[in-house]
Unconditional design. Structure first.
Length: 288
């Protein structure tokens, strides 16, 4: 990762584009708007499947997995506190817990901020990522690995007097220059998600637990912010639990213990893989 901002390689970008967050089609076909109870049942069924088959179909090469919410309404911003709520076990690729805004029809552009971790890391680092429609995404490292169990406040907000211009905030201060996202004003939606990318080799699913609290949505055209809303989403081997009106926990079904082994969950209270990529300035226009 180094100490600067990084751009991802072409192959990784291609894999991300092949599996964007197209919640409308996925939810209607397989998610069925699962409740927490049903989600746990579904995860338990997946856990009982043959290990070889599960690795190949869920955490195989280039597979993204998500757990969380995608906003159902157009937005001018989103904010939340995010905490690494448990040990990490990143075998390949990355894990992340993030909030952001996205172009809703084909996920061809986004701006996100949160916590992420890569193989060998036991603590998450703070990052943001920008993808202007038509270009590659650019990953920006904001802070070195931070203490687990400590909440950080993140926000992605559109500037009040500059439609289509957005700023990323961490712990009450801006960490990005204003970012112009063409066509985003009153048209993009919010997302609040845990994410795992399985990397470029098949194998064991990555394990994480990220807690989201104080989630606030800023609906387009409305002066009053709203609490957590949208469609619940989770892939096999990952769950959404401990839901409140303004928060939840996104976690792997079998969280990692301190040695990186899988353990049964009791009540468990995303980012491009930028390894080896070249540095880019914060205001870079290189996006997905």
């Amino acid at each position: 990762m180094g100490g600067g901002d990084t751009a991802v390689d072409e192959e990784h970008v291609r894999q991300r584009l092949e599996r964007p967050l197209r919640f409308e089609s996925v939810v209607s076909s397989s998610l069925r708007h699962l409740s927490v109870a049903a989600a746990l049942v579904a995860a338990a069924v997946c856990a009982l499947a043959a290990p070889g088959a599960r690795s190949a179909t869920i955490c195989g090469e280039g597979m993204y997995s998500y757990a969380g919410y995608t906003g159902g309404t157009l937005t001018n911003g989103v904010s939340a506190r995010i905490t690494q709520a448990g040990p990490l076990s990143v075998h390949n690729g990355h894990v992340a817990g993030w909030i952001g805004v996205v172009e809703p029809t084909a996920a061809r552009g986004w701006l996100q901020v949160g916590l992420s971790a890569f193989p060998g890391q036991t603590r998450s680092e703070i990052y943001y990522e920008v993808a202007r429609p038509g270009y590659k995404p650019v990953y920006h490292k904001v802070a070195a690995p931070v203490s687990a169990d400590v909440a950080h406040r993140f926000a992605v907000l559109e500037q009040a007097r500059r439609p289509g211009w957005w700023v990323v905030w961490v712990d009450g201060r801006p960490v990005s220059s204003p970012v112009y996202l063409a066509g985003s004003h009153d048209r993009w939606t919010a997302q609040v998600l845990g994410e795992s990318w399985a990397g470029k080799v098949s194998g064991t699913c990555n394990a994480y637990a990220y807690a989201f609290s104080g989630v606030t949505l800023h609906p387009a055209g409305k002066p009053v912010p709203e609490r957590l809303a949208g469609r619940l989403y989770h892939d096999p081997d990952y769950i959404v639990t401990d839901r409140t009106r303004s928060g939840f926990v996104a976690a792997s079904f079998r969280p990692a213990d301190v040695r990186g082994a899988a353990v049964e969950p009791s009540s468990p209270s995303a980012a491009e893989n930028a390894t080896g990529a070249a540095s880019q300035p914060p205001q870079s226009t290189h996006v997905r």
